[in-house]
Design a protein around this ligand. Structure first.
Ligand SMILES: [Zn+2]
Ligand SMILES: [Zn+2]
Length: 274
């Protein structure tokens, strides 16, 4: 059964390129049964990337308008992608995605994990003694702690740091040291009920040929009884379902028989991958 849903969609309220109404129309035309908007939550820095705190109410109102417009035909959800540094409450949202996008530099500035590689390299040099593996350890620890503390329903792009490692080669992704630290962090999240996101955003944008997280993590998650949700982290309507077919095939090859998506009538529903 095709996925026919996406819970990770950005809008021009943050760094998304496609207006929400156009995104919803495309999803409906594709036969989606549900669509969840999840712009980057308001924060006090990097304003071009997140919802302006003064416009959060407008974001909510626009998505709620689409909810009404498509009622009975496609279920639209109001979500948000949140960092531990975000400054909005999750109260009014149907769900949220917990992600880690920024390290904090000693001078208080923030170094994005997934923006230009030079910014991440500066952080590694300034705060990790030049050791990429130490940066990875900090990344996984912080994401793990945030997911646990926030009781997040979705773990966003668990190994996002792979994006810049493809350029910087800060550590060996095949090494036991790296793999074990990633597995340890993920193991701590098994049993929380959080959905592990299979995120195809870097495939759509041409940075990686496989989704986050790497197959060894998806394999372990399956063995621990974890559930997954496939999302395109869509910033541009042309890529709303990019990587979905590849992700379904990957999940099947790892033994997954079903995945979870936003439901038509209930917030989450399981569906068969076979
Ligand atoms: Zn993200
Ligand atoms: Zn995103």
């Amino acid at each position: 059964m095709p996925i026919l849903s996406c819970a990770h969609v950005h809008t021009p309220y943050c760094d998304g390129k496609t207006p929400a109404a156009e995104m919803a129309k495309r999803a409906f035309d594709l036969g989606f049964l549900s669509l969840g908007f999840s712009s980057h939550a308001p924060q006090t820095f990097d304003p071009g990337y997140c919802i302006d705190p003064a416009r959060e109410a407008d974001y909510k109102a626009e998505i709620r308008g689409l909810k009404q417009e498509y009622a009975g035909r496609m279920t639209v959800y109001l979500g948000v992608e949140r960092d531990m540094l975000s400054c909005c409450s999750t109260e009014d949202y149907d769900y949220f995605i917990a992600s880690f996008h920024y390290f904090t530099m000693p001078d208080g500035h923030h170094a994005p994990v997934d923006a230009g590689p030079e910014q991440l390299k500066q952080y590694v040099d300034a705060c990790c003694g030049g050791d990429g593996l130490e940066m990875a350890r900090q990344y996984f620890s912080a994401l793990r702690d945030y997911v646990l503390a926030s009781r997040a329903p979705i773990i966003g792009h668990f190994d996002l740091l792979r994006k810049n490692n493809a350029v910087l080669r800060l550590y060996d992704e095949e090494s036991p040291a790296y793999r074990n630290m990633a597995l340890d962090a993920l193991r701590a999240l098994a049993g929380t009920g959080a959905l592990l996101e299979v995120n195809t955003g870097a495939m759509a944008r041409g940075y990686l040929s496989t989704p986050y997280p790497a197959p060894f993590l998806l394999k372990a998650w399956k063995e621990w009884g974890g559930e997954v949700i496939v999302n395109s982290d869509c910033h541009d309507v042309r890529f709303l379902t990019t990587g979905f077919a590849e992700s379904e095939a990957l999940l099947r090859s790892l033994g997954y028989t079903h995945a979870v998506r936003l439901g038509k009538d209930t917030l989450w529903e399981r569906f068969s991958l076979t």
